[in-house]
Design a protein around this ligand. Structure first.
Ligand SMILES: C[S@@+](CC[C@H](N)C(=O)[O-])C[C@H]1O[C@@H](n2cnc3c(N)ncnc32)[C@H](O)[C@@H]1O
Length: 208
């Protein structure tokens, strides 16, 4: 059987992953680290599909099931769906506000949505208990100590879903690292595993 004949063909995913690693972006240097932590994990969940870059690093770890969420369906998602089908990965894109969902039990949760204290603390508190191994967060350098100004397309997407945008304006707490520290204080079963400062930053929590 040739490598393209079965449901085990990782060729397209590996090619896309290599290309994303070699193309300068806001995350490319962090992709191998994300893949390393995701390797050997059966179930991976991504919050914030965006332009479908981080997705390829997580797919390159070859999970059995991969679920990715965003309020906007990216046109490029189809390539990832097709490549996953060939690789035998059960891939699902869900168009929804991640603030209002219950995720499936997962080994790895990757978070890269709206970089705001209120958003991240809500995501960690809502979904942390469903994660068996690692929580990986992007942009923890750029938005470590300040909240992001929300992009217009994100505002439109959230308004379409009926989200009240005022909820983001009501906190004096700023930045992703404060949210991570607050979550770690409340949840002693999690520890800071690794913090990388380059390429906007990546922070990884692991279950104790
Ligand atoms: C920085 S981008 C993600 C980049 C992506 N990880 C990549 O590598 O291309 C952030 C994404 O989060 C999405 N987003 C923001 N708030 C969200 C929410 N409450 N629920 C779901 N998606 C959200 C935005 O639409 C945007 O596509």
């Amino acid at each position: 059987m040739g490598k393209g004949d079965g449901k085990n063909d990782m060729t397209a995913i590996n090619e896309e992953y290599r290309e994303k690693c070699n193309t300068p972006s806001d995350i490319n240097k962090l992709l191998p680290i994300m893949k390393k932590f995701a390797d050997g994990c059966n179930h991976i969940t991504e919050l914030g599909t965006g332009k479908v870059v981080s997705t390829w690093a997580l797919l390159a770890a070859k999970p059995k099931r991969f679920v990715t969420y965003d309020i906007i369906r990216p046109p490029d998602i189809e390539r990832a769906e097709i490549a996953s089908e060939r690789a035998g990965i059960d891939f699902e894109f869900r168009k929804t506000d991640v603030s209002d969902i219950e995720i499936e039990e997962t080994d790895v949760l990757f978070i890269d949505t709206y970089h705001h204290y209120n958003q991240l603390i809500h995501e960690l508190r809502s979904h942390g208990s469903k994660v068996n191994k690692y929580i990986i967060m992007h942009d923890t350098t750029t938005y470590g100590k300040k909240n992001e100004t929300m992009a217009e397309d994100c505002k439109e997407g959230l308004k379409e879903m009926g989200t009240d945008l005022n909820k983001y304006g009501t906190s004096s707490k700023k930045g992703l690292m404060r949210a991570i520290r607050d979550f770690l204080k409340e949840n002693k079963q999690w520890k800071l595993e690794k913090r990388i400062l380059k390429n906007n930053g990546l922070t990884i929590l692991s279950r104790i």
